[in-house]
Write a protein that binds this ligand. Structure first.
Ligand SMILES: Cc1ncc(COP(=O)(O)O)c(C=O)c1O
Length: 439
């Protein structure tokens, strides 16, 4: 790749940028005035310097930073390959679409076949199933873990069931022992939506490394960010090639942007009904998309990824700190539950009002919001009750009573690394203040 090589001038620009950034005062926490957000980006000089470095390259489409990010991310996960895309939703779309590829022969997913999933979650975990003409089979989740209930899966499997696509909800790993066994026994694909769970562990391994494909989101609410972004991860070189084809217009060629004839057979091959030697750069083997990112986004990601260890540690610290404080209120709130073998890298701190609580969810979340403590529902609550999903072709594989309970009684608050102990003390105090009114 061509780079401008006036190193001295470049270093001057980067030094000026750091001087400018150092002159900006950090916002101090003022209880009751400063928002305690449910999530947010945590940047220092490094993200801006890396971004400016990419700007000065003048190379806007995916380039050296994207390559570096993909390499470092796959190394972090311990997987063969990570492919950058422009969002977690795009990552999920590509993950599911990839399993429909003719390159998988008889093992490809076909229209009308079924994919097991849940309705308690984020819409774009489920949407790719529908968008690919497959049928979602909705199962209930467990109280406390907010994850698919593995005990319901075997009974819900039909002769059309081909895959399981579910998220590690809010960073909390689902029961990978049970689900991997079911997937193996019934020859099902597993897609792990790991968008909220970068850094979570189950046993000796990170989540996002168990299934055939996993996905990540780099939207600012997530563990690391590049503004918008996502990744599709796999240990399978055949799937990697398919994933990149779907990402890059559906093309058969796998040259990096700006490169040509990587395979050395650009003008000598025969594809479909095309004439022999048709330029391989313009041969299409999938009905694809363009879901690539820019190198500017990747440059921010490269700086963020270096900090993933400390970010995960801080999330775990914040979660444990808050848990200790809110434990005394468990007579009214169901607290989050993690499986014994797991070590979550929490996205947030979920709470569910007990049935006999003397107040409704809106009372507590309105109070918290008024006190500048941001809250969110557990995403869609029960997805299939939303207008867009009322008429879709679907199968309800079990009662969805816990899903409905989450829709009615659950919410989450933040544990992201931008939250300090002082802020968490304030959060605990406000819960106490609210509950005093009901003693
Ligand atoms: C579990 C899950 N999957 C997918 C997504 C979509 O990610 P993005 O916003 O990057 O499209 C989200 C978004 O928060 C999510 O929580």
């Amino acid at each position: 790749m061509e780079q401008k090589d006036d190193k001295g001038a470049r270093n001057n620009v980067l030094r000026s940028l750091v001087q400018y950034l150092s002159a900006i005062n950090e916002e101090k926490f003022v209880p009751g005035k400063t928002w305690i957000k449910y999530a947010g980006r945590v940047f220092d000089n490094e993200e801006y310097t890396s971004l400016m470095d990419a700007v000065l390259d003048g190379w806007i489409t995916a380039g050296r930073f994207a390559e570096e990010f993909e390499f470092q991310l796959s190394r972090y996960l311990g997987l063969y390959s990570s492919s950058l895309v422009n969002s977690g939703s795009s990552a999920n779309l590509i993950a599911l679409s990839s399993l429909t590829s003719p390159a998988l022969g008889e093992n490809r997913l076909k229209k009308g076949e079924e994919v097991i999933t849940v309705a308690a979650g984020f819409p774009t975990t489920v949407n790719p199933i529908i968008q690919n003409g497959l049928i979602p089979v909705f199962l209930d989740v467990q109280e406390g873990t907010y994850n698919i209930n593995p005990e319901l899966i075997e009974d819900a499997i039909s002769d059309k069931t081909r895959a399981i696509m579910v998220a590690h909800t809010l960073g909390n790993p689902f029961d990978l022992d049970s689900i991997m066994k079911i997937a193996r026994d019934h020859n099902l694909y597993l897609i792990e939506d790991n968008c909220d769970a970068l850094g979570s562990e189950y046993g000796e391994k990170k989540t996002g490394t168990f299934g055939h494909i996993s996905t990540l989101s780099f939207y600012p609410a997530h563990h690391i960010t590049m503004g918008e972004g996502g990744a599709v991860n796999t240990n399978d070189p055949v799937l990697e090639r398919i994933i990149r084809s779907f990402r890059d217009w559906g093309r058969d060629c796998y040259c990096e942007p700006g490169a040509s004839n990587t395979c050395g057979m650009r003008f000598t091959q025969k594809f479909g009904d095309l004439p022999l030697g048709y330029d391989h750069k313009f041969v299409y083997s999938h009905i694809g998309y363009n879901l690539k990112i820019t190198d500017l986004q990747a440059a921010i990601g490269v700086a963020q990824l270096k900090k993933i260890g400390q970010f995960v540690e801080k999330r775990r610290h914040n979660f444990a700190y808050l848990y200790k404080r809110l434990k005394e209120f468990d007579y009214v709130f169901g607290l989050p539950v993690a499986l014994k073998k797991s070590n979550p890298s929490w996205f947030s701190f979920p709470l569910t009002l007990r049935e006999d609580a003397p107040f409704g969810r809106n009372a507590i979340v309105s109070f918290l919001e008024e006190k500048k403590i941001m809250t969110r529902p557990i995403f869609a609550g029960n997805l299939i009750r939303h207008p867009a999903y009322l008429g879709i072709e679907k199968r309800i594989g079990s009662e969805l009573s816990v899903t409905d309970k989450i829709m009615n009684n659950s919410f989450f608050i933040g544990v992201y690394p931008g939250i300090s102990d002082q802020m968490l003390d304030y959060v605990g105090d406000k819960f106490e203040e609210f509950l005093r009114g009901y003693k």
